[in-house]
Every structure is written in C-alpha cells, then in structure tokens.
Design a protein around this ligand. Structure first.
Ligand SMILES: NC(=O)C1=CN([C@@H]2O[C@H](COP(=O)(O)OP(=O)(O)OC[C@H]3O[C@@H](n4cnc5c(N)ncnc54)[C@H](OP(=O)(O)O)[C@@H]3O)[C@@H](O)[C@H]2O)C=CC1
Ligand SMILES: O=C(O)CCCC(=O)O
Length: 481
C-alpha cells in the first residue's frame, strides 16, 4: 500500500519532466512545524516553459476523441481513490485539517474527475434555424486552450480537480500554481496523472513562493487563454486587472461573508448541527464557512446555549490524532485575524460564550469560539474571519434578517433554518447569493454549480455548467445551400 511518504515529491512538473530550480522553499506541517519537503522556487523562465509545454500539448490533447480523454480522466479518478488514505495523510500534514476531513476531501475532489470524465462525452453543440432559406447555423463547443489554475491552501486537492477535470474534459491543458503552503498534494496529483498515462504537458505544476512574480507571467502570456482562480477577493481583483491586457477569460471563486439565519420556527437542534458543520469545517477556513450567525429574538438565548455546548466539545489537536475535529490554523497571520476580530467585538460589547483565546497546545491552534451580543458595527459583520469564530447577531423580523444577510459586498453562500414553507421560499429568493442552503449546513458537491455573485466571483465550478467555463462557442454559418 502506498504511504504518504511515497507521494512526497520535491520537484515541479513541466512538460512531463520533474524539474528542480536554483533555490527551494520549505513546506511545513502547521501542527508540528516540521519541514516536510523543500520544493523548487521556479524562475519566471521556468514558468514560461510550463506555459510552452501546455501550449504544445494542447492540440494533440484536444484532437483526442472525447472517449479517449474520458478514459484517461476515469483512470486518474481511480488512481486518486486508490491512494485516498495516503493523499489524505499528506494533506493533513501540509494543511492541518483533521484526517477524516482530508479523507472526505479526497473523495470530494476525485468526484469532479469522475463527473467530468462522464461529461467529456456530452460536449454537444447545436444546429439552429438559419436566417435564410439557403443558410444553416451550426454551433460548436471548443476548448478555450491553455488554462492557468491558481489555487489556495485550504482545499489542496479539490480546488485543483474542480478546475482541471472540466478543463481536461473539454480538451484544454493546464498549468497549476498551487499555494505556497500546500504544493505537495498538487504534485502528488500530477504524479498519479502521469502514472495513468495523461500525456506530457497536459498537466503542469509550477511551484513558487513568489506569487507576485509568477502571477503576471501566467496572466500576461497570450498563450494562456483562461485563468481560473480560487482565493481572496483582493488577489482576484489583481488577477482580473492583469487578465484585461490580453482579454483572457477568467473564473474567480473569491471570498465570502456567509450568513447563517436561524428563524424562530427552526428545528434548533438541526440548526446547531448545521451551524457547527458549516462554521467549523476546516477550522473555519473555507470560503463558504458561516461568517455571521443571525438568530431571531425568541430563540436567541437557547440557540446560543446549545451552540456553545456543542462547540465546547470539539476536540482540538493534530489532525492525525483520533477524534480531533479542529486542526491548527494555517499560519500565525490567520491566528492574528481571529484574535483581532474577537478583540474588536469584545471591545464594542460582545460577550465570549466559549473559547476566545489561543489553545493551550500553542502554535497556531485556536479555541473554537462563540461570541454573543454581536452587532453590525463590529468587524466580524463585514470581514471574512476565516477561522473558528462564530459571532451570533440578533434580529427581530424576517425583513431585518434578509437585509442584514444581504448587507455585504460578498455573495457566495448563505444558510438558513426554518419550517414555514412561505418563509422558506421568500428567504431563498430574497438572498443575494450564488448558493443558498436551506435546512442544510454543507452544500458542496460536484453535482451542483458552485460560485458567487457580487465580489465573491465570476463563473461556476461543478455540474454541467462547470464545463462552460472551459469552452468557447464557435458559430458557423453554412450558406449557398
Ligand atoms: N475564497 C477562498 O476560497 C479563499 C479565501 N482566502 C482568503 O484569503 C485570505 C488570505 O489567504 P491566502 O492564502 O493568502 O489567499 P490568496 O488569495 O493570497 O492566495 C490564493 C492563491 O493565489 C496566490 N496568489 C497570492 N497573491 C497572488 C498574486 N499577486 N498573483 C498571483 N497569485 C497570487 C497564492 O499563492 P501563495 O500561496 O504563494 O501566496 C495562492 O496560490 C484568507 O485569510 C481568506 O480570507 C484564502 C484562501 C481561499
Ligand atoms: O474555500 C474554498 O476555497 C472553496 C471550497 C470549499 C468547498 O468546495 O466547499
């Protein structure tokens, strides 16, 4: 059986070659501080080589039949699932999430590969009525070309497959720039792709800790026809601006400020479970994690009490230990942000119900925290905390809850718990979000279109709509008939 050590690769992957560089940077385990590997700090020229390799591989790859691409994707899916445990252990070590969550992420990430292996065969065009008796209109769907996929550290595997699987299925090739903190999972995925016979140059992985140097190489190169990014809204805006020069297509999965509304007719126990799942997944480091709990007057006190009791039970520790549900945060800056949000809220009158300080384990471990009496003047109302902090706001009427929920420049995910069916329909329609979970705490699946509105991004990932991001329509007018 493969172990996580077998999957540790300290080379970048360009044009089917495993390459080093003049210097390296360290990948560390956030739970222990241990260095897992030193990976290459690629130069701008090496990144350009990766683009050249992807460009050279593009035409042969798109000329393969859909069935051939599908079979290779399916083989990649099988290889990922055959290595589920080892990939998950590697992920827990470089990212910190509990092993059970990492095992879940491997299955979740692999599901995109499986889904788009099937979808590759359904890239249908259309024929339309012509605008003259002698004319016919044909619409083809063609791959956009070379894709740059820039991915974050919080989902080191799924954010890569969610971009690469539809891209490859459509006939595109990719250059992946994983996060500095988590390149090892990306390299392991590339190794598995190589082993199952995905041709050289179709998948390339460039490793770097200097995104400000690598980013412009990818966004400025005319051979790159599409940038697909998941990360912060600030960086997304920079990339969008850079893409303007060569008018690239862009998909942006950016930050959120997810509301979680608990109405007074909700099943409170179910709402508590949903809130814990949504808020404390990956220690709160997910763009769709609840950022604000909005709870109706009549159930406020009892909900806060039930939530705090449940949160206090969450075991904090190294994600490899049995029973741990909360791993370390990714780095010291992440801890500082949680601390700053708590200090600001408490300074303005919020009360700590549980947690509220660094965990006794030290490092970047933080106590899962619940704050009550939180108000819209506090920073947590506007900024994504990206950590294990649940601030509970109070509201009186449905209209007030919806106004509070929509009072943000973000629009990624929203959650609410209620029973009355008119309230459910009204709220579902009134929330200005790309994704709404009703009486559910988790909404991520390869079967649904994931994405946001407003400053949470552009485009959708997953489902049949996810393929559209990697295809162009070509219309042919056939005349003289
Ligand atoms: N919406 C989401 O899913 C995510 C949101 N975030 C939010 O962003 C905050 C900061 O997290 P962080 O990881 O720094 O997120 P970033 O947006 O900075 O990073 C995401 C990816 O973009 C890369 N990147 C960073 N700057 C540039 C640039 N100028 N040009 C090109 N690529 C760039 C990063 O590389 P490198 O790792 O080398 O910096 C990484 O691969 C979090 O606290 C959270 O609030 C973070 C991750 C995911
Ligand atoms: O946080 C993110 O980067 C988005 C991925 C989360 C998910 O797919 O549920």
């Amino acid at each position: 059986m493969t172990s996580f050590q077998d999957l540790i690769i300290d080379k970048a992957f360009i044009g089917g070659q495993w390459c080093g560089a003049e210097s390296t940077f360290a990948v560390t385990d956030p739970a222990t501080g241990e260095t897992l590997a030193q990976v290459p700090e690629l130069s701008a020229d090496q990144v350009r080589d990766a683009v050249a390799a992807a460009d050279a591989a593009w035409h042969p790859w798109k000329r393969k039949t859909a069935k051939e691409r599908s079979a290779l994707l399916r083989a990649w899916f099988n290889a990922i699932m055959a290595n589920q445990q080892a990939l998950a252990e590697l992920m827990t070590r470089e990212q910190g999430k509990p092993l059970a969550e990492a095992i879940g992420e491997v299955a979740y990430g692999a599901a995109f590969v499986e889904y788009y292996a099937e979808e590759a065969k359904r890239m249908a065009g259309e024929t339309l009525p012509g605008h003259g008796a002698d004319k016919r209109i044909l619409v083809f769907r063609e791959p956009v070309g070379v894709v740059a996929a820039i991915t974050p550290w919080n989902f080191p595997l799924a954010m890569i497959t969610r971009k690469c699987a539809p891209a490859l299925a459509a006939g595109c090739t990719v250059v992946i720039k994983p996060a500095e903190a988590t390149p090892l999972t990306a390299l392991a995925l590339a190794r598995l792709a190589e082993e199952v016979g995905i041709p050289a140059g179709v998948i390339n992985v460039v490793t770097s800790s200097s995104p400000r140097e690598v980013g412009p190489v990818l966004t400025g190169d005319p051979r790159v026809r599409k940038v697909s990014f998941t990360g912060s809204t600030g960086v997304g805006k920079i990339l969008l601006a850079q893409c303007a020069d060569t008018v690239k297509k862009a998909s942006m999965e950016l930050g959120g400020n997810a509301p979680f509304i608990v109405f007074d007719d909700a099943d409170l126990d179910a709402a508590v479970e949903g809130a814990v799942a949504s808020k404390y997944r990956n220690s709160g480091q997910t763009c769709v994690c609840t950022n604000r709990l909005l709870v109706q007057d009549g159930v406020y006190d009892v909900f806060v009490e039930k939530l705090a009791r449940r949160v206090a039970e969450l075991k904090v520790g190294n994600g490899l230990e049995a029973g741990v549900l909360q791993g370390p945060l990714i780095n010291a800056a992440a801890v500082d942000k949680v601390q700053a949000h708590i200090a600001d809220a408490v300074g303005k009158g919020a009360q700590i119900v549980c947690g509220g300080k660094p965990h006794e384990l030290g490092g970047t471990f933080y106590e899962p925290t619940v704050l009550r009496d939180v108000t819209p003047e506090m920073r947590v109302a506007r900024e994504e905390t990206f950590g294990p902090l649940a601030p509970v706001f109070r509201f009186h009427s449905d209209d007030e809850a919806i106004a509070m929920a929509n009072d943000t420049e973000f629009g990624l995910a929203a959650y609410f718990y209620a029973r009355d069916y008119r309230r459910i329909w009204h709220t579902m329609e009134a929330l200005e979000y790309g994704m709404v979970a009703v009486n559910e705490g988790i909404l991520s699946t390869e079967l649904a279109p994931f994405g946001g509105v407003k400053e949470s991004g552009l485009g959708r990932e997953g489902s049949r709509h996810g393929m559209d991001e990697y295809t162009e329509l070509k219309y042919a007018c056939v005349g003289g008939l």
